[in-house]
Design a binder for this molecule. Structure first.
Ligand code: CAA
Length: 409
């Protein structure tokens, strides 16, 4: 901690020394202990989340308040562009650190965690990886610094799991494209300044005829629907996107024409690690509550934690939490080393989201009647956990991704 660079223009240096920002887990293949720097990031984000986020989470959930007020604060900590080079305005961390930060935010509020993760992994990553220098300057750096917020427009009413079935059309007209169509369930919709949007440039070619575009919120013909009313992550904004003859200059296309499907899939390989961490954070919060309650709550003359029925639940919850983390860190390490990781990311997301559902349900059970009351946060954790089994690829899709890699299909 001694080598913090307080004078650095990069705010992230204030919470972690520069040498922390290089991927390290690959150095010793089986080292699964976090580095001091990664632990420091955990402590710093936890402290921030407990102070700035957790006290407001219940009210934001109740009123469906988008947590806009914490975005600049997360930006000041370098959280809005974590695993990206410092030269571009990012914090230069590895993926494990990024996932630790998401977990700690989700432990306080899953909506805040997904707001941050979509800007990092769904908006910024494809742009960083496939965009050019000019696009980086104009569209990426302000997002990595957290001055602007991003969103990702892939799903459509008739194209959720089946991405290639999308109908949004981008027709080439001179030096521009004209976009028409609709997107559904878009996180950060309405609050984002910029959107990565996928559209068919050549419908005949099916998945090979999809391209990715950048779109600013105030582009004529581009509108967002009203915020959806949801079971969980109610403070996160989810809207439809509508394109009515939206003119998009050619220099706002990301990468070559026709590579949009691959961009989308590779982006989701990383995004799924963020969702695995979000699930782990929600589950950790539920477990922390259940553990304390088991020590305090007395029935039949003793703390309920003295009963084997409750002990069994706590043991299973703790084991699932650890397994979720290990699968996630392992996939993060592979991604940092640019090794294939689609299967491992799918495993992490699948396992952690199902574990979160089971852990939050059991935590409600440990709390009994109180667990069902909105006076306590347990029911919110259970509602929030459900989405992690759905977005960025349902559990069913994760099983397909895993099985296809196993069978080489
Ligand atoms: N990386 C690179 N390329 C990939 C890839 C990957 N991870 N996965 C597939 N591809 C390639 C294949 O190699 C294949 O290449 P060729 O063109 O050379 O043949 C091509 O893409 C097509 O692959 P498939 O035949 O496997 O495609 P498919 O149509 O059968 O779909 C799928 C595969 C796994 C089901 C995929 O459609 C999928 O992941 N669906 C789920 C979509 C999803 O996760 N949506 C979430 C939306 S975002 C969200 O939730 C955002 C939010 O707001 C939080």
């Amino acid at each position: 901690m001694a080598d913090h660079d307080d004078a650095s223009p990069n705010p992230y240096d204030r919470i972690a020394p520069r040498r922390a920002l290089r991927p390290r887990l690959g150095v010793t293949r089986l080292k699964i202990q976090l580095t001091d720097e990664q632990e420091l990031i955990r402590r710093t984000v936890r402290e921030f989340a407990e102070k700035e986020v957790a006290p407001k989470a219940a009210a934001w959930d109740k009123d469906k308040t988008f947590p806009a007020e914490v975005v600049p604060k997360m930006a000041a900590l370098g959280l809005m562009g974590m695993p990206f080079p410092q030269e571009l305005g990012g914090a230069g961390t590895d993926m494990v650190s990024y996932c630790i930060a998401i977990e700690e935010l989700a432990r306080a509020d899953a909506s805040v965690a997904v707001t941050m993760s979509v800007n990092n992994s769904l908006y910024s990553w494809p742009l960083y990886t496939f965009g050019d220098e000019e696009q980086h300057k104009k569209w990426l750096t302000p997002h990595l610094k957290g001055e602007k917020l991003g969103a990702y427009g892939l799903s459509e009413p008739g194209a959720g799991s089946d991405v290639a079935a999308m109908k949004t059309r981008a027709e080439k007209k001179g030096d521009s494209y004209v976009l028409n169509g609709q997107k559904s369930w878009i996180t950060n919709g309405g609050h984002a300044d910029s959107y990565v949007v996928f559209a068919k440039t050549d419908p005949e070619k099916k998945h090979r005829g999809i391209s990715a575009f950048l779109l600013a919120k105030d582009t004529p013909g581009f509108t967002c629907g009203k915020p959806e009313d949801k079971l969980g992550i109610r403070a996160s904004s989810t809207t439809t996107l509508h394109f009515d003859n939206v003119e998009v200059p050619e220099d706002q296309r990301i990468g070559d024409e026709g590579i949009g499907f691959k961009i989308a899939m590779q982006t989701l390989d990383g995004g799924r690690l963020g969702i695995a961490s979000q699930a782990t954070g929600i589950a950790q919060a539920a477990f922390d509550h259940a553990l304390s309650y088991a020590k305090e709550r007395k029935q039949f003359g003793q703390a309920i934690g003295r009963f084997q029925a409750i002990q069994g639940k706590l043991a299973d919850m703790a084991m699932k939490l650890e397994a979720s983390r290990m699968l996630t860190y392992r996939a993060c390490d592979l991604r940092d080393r640019k090794e294939p990781h689609s299967k491992e990311a799918a495993m992490a997301k699948l396992y952690a989201s199902e574990a979160a559902m089971s852990i939050t349900r059991e935590a409600v059970q440990v709390y009994g009647g109180n667990g069902y009351m909105s006076e306590f946060p347990l029911e919110r954790y259970m509602r929030d956990a459900k989405i992690t089994e759905i977005y960025e690829g349902t559990s069913e899709i994760q099983r397909i991704v895993i099985a296809r890699r196993l069978l080489d299909l």
